[in-house]
Design a protein around this ligand. Structure first.
Ligand SMILES: Cc1ncc(COP(=O)(O)O)c(C=O)c1O
Length: 398
């Protein structure tokens, strides 16, 4: 059976070549059914009720946390639910960042998604910090050789993407963690593009925070996770106040709940958590060695095909080492939106634009790129359709 057959949206349209999973992946039936089951048989608010439905909803919700924790080899009290990667990073920028002192330094890189740039700029301006930027090599990788020059005794946090959403480059986190330790800095990883590509032992990475979104890993929109090392979370104040995140409230004083509840004010995205738990369960049943091989075979095939297109420039590593199947390219002077529209006529869903990474576009002097993402359900036919569409684009724009 093709993996694609587990995805109702893909089977409903055999002519669709969905290569935009870097933006949002599709959801398998197992996830859709888990969410539908909750909404049709268990829907109620969690934690507060004592009636049967409320208890069933709470059990399903906390069961989702267990499933997610197990998938990432983490403690359940280290899994904080957020609306996504952006919300997770903003949480750290407030709860960790607001304790920093003027002159303290935060290090990001030139290839970060805006969600791992703007919250730090806002924090810099709130607290009088210094924001330092690691440059990107011509191959589209973060230049880790510069770490020694950039880090100082004042570095408090290094915040980097595990995998670039533009170039597909995977960063050597062991090297980042070692460098961070040498100056006593914390490490936050934006794992949005890493998590769709298989299981991961997050605590073993040695980082302090790991942020990701459900909608890129076969789960619903609007749910994400901040994984935080327990000692870090315990030392942090809440970002938002409200229901659920307290132990007790009087007008004189509120005592906060321990993590993760401390960071989860208000009614949570219950069906999102259940969907993300189901996605983790579904992912843990797959053969990721085979999927990784297949993803790399298709990525190689795509890169080979792109190499044959005149006047086309790939932004990112041309080899298959230390990369995921996120492939960005520019075709002559053609605007990426125009290319994406022509590809759409061939049934190919690709992303065209700056991918929320304007500083990286500036680094490569481009207004944007066209991006294709290889996912577990990608097939040879998707690559063929993309290359055929590009051929038409080239003829139109040449
Ligand atoms: C690398 C990276 N970081 C962060 C984000 C933001 O994720 P979200 O919009 O789900 O918060 C994205 C989404 O495209 C991404 O690719």
């Amino acid at each position: 059976m093709r993996l694609r057959d587990q995805f109702p949206l893909l089977t409903s349209d055999p002519k669709l070549h969905y290569l935009d999973s870097g933006a949002s992946s599709q959801m398998p039936s197992a996830v859709i059914e888990a969410v539908t089951r909750f909404e049709t048989t268990q829907r109620a608010n969690v934690h507060r009720g004592v009636h049967r439905l409320a208890e069933a909803a709470t059990a399903a919700y906390e069961g989702g946390r267990d499933e997610i924790a197990q998938f990432f080899s983490a403690r359940r009290d280290e899994i904080v639910f957020t609306a996504g990667t952006t919300a997770a990073i903003n949480l750290v920028a407030h709860s960790f960042g607001d304790a920093l002192a003027p002159g303290d330094e935060i290090v990001v890189s030139e290839l970060e998604h805006h969600s791992n740039i703007v919250p730090w700029q806002m924090l810099r301006d709130r607290r009088g910090l210094v924001l330092k930027v690691l440059q990107v090599t011509d191959e589209g990788r973060i230049d880790l050789a510069a770490l020694d020059r950039v880090l100082t005794k004042k570095t408090r946090l290094i915040a980097l993407a595990h995998c670039s959403n533009v170039t597909g480059a995977v960063v050597d986190l062991a090297r980042v963690v070692e460098a961070a330790k040498s100056v006593g800095a914390a490490v936050l990883v934006d794992g949005a593009q890493r998590v769709p590509h298989g299981p991961l032992d997050i605590p073993a990475l040695g980082v302090d925070f790991y942020a990701f979104s459900g909608h890129k890993m076969y789960a619903p929109h609007g749910i994400g996770v901040l994984w935080g090392r327990h000692s870090r979370l315990e030392a942090m104040p809440p970002f938002m106040g409200g229901g659920d995140m307290i132990r007790s409230v009087t007008f004189e004083k509120t005592i906060y709940a321990p993590p993760p509840t401390r960071f989860e004010a208000g009614t949570p995205n219950v069906s999102g958590v259940i969907g993300l738990g189901a996605a983790c369960h579904w992912m843990s049943g797959l053969d990721w060695t085979r999927i990784a091989q297949e993803e790399m075979r298709l990525t190689g095939r795509l890169l080979d095909g792109l190499a044959q297109v005149p006047d086309l420039r790939v932004l990112g590593p041309l080899g298959l080492q230390q990369r995921i199947g996120v492939v960005s390219f520019a075709l002559g002077q053609a605007h990426p939106h125009d290319i994406a529209q022509i590809l759409d006529r061939h049934g190919v869903a690709c992303r065209g634009g700056h991918h929320c990474a304007q500083p990286l576009m500036e680094r490569f002097d481009l207004p944007g790129t066209t991006r294709a993402t290889i996912a577990p359900y990608s097939e040879d036919g998707d690559i063929d359709a993309l290359l055929t569409g590009l051929d038409e684009a080239r003829r139109l724009f040449a």
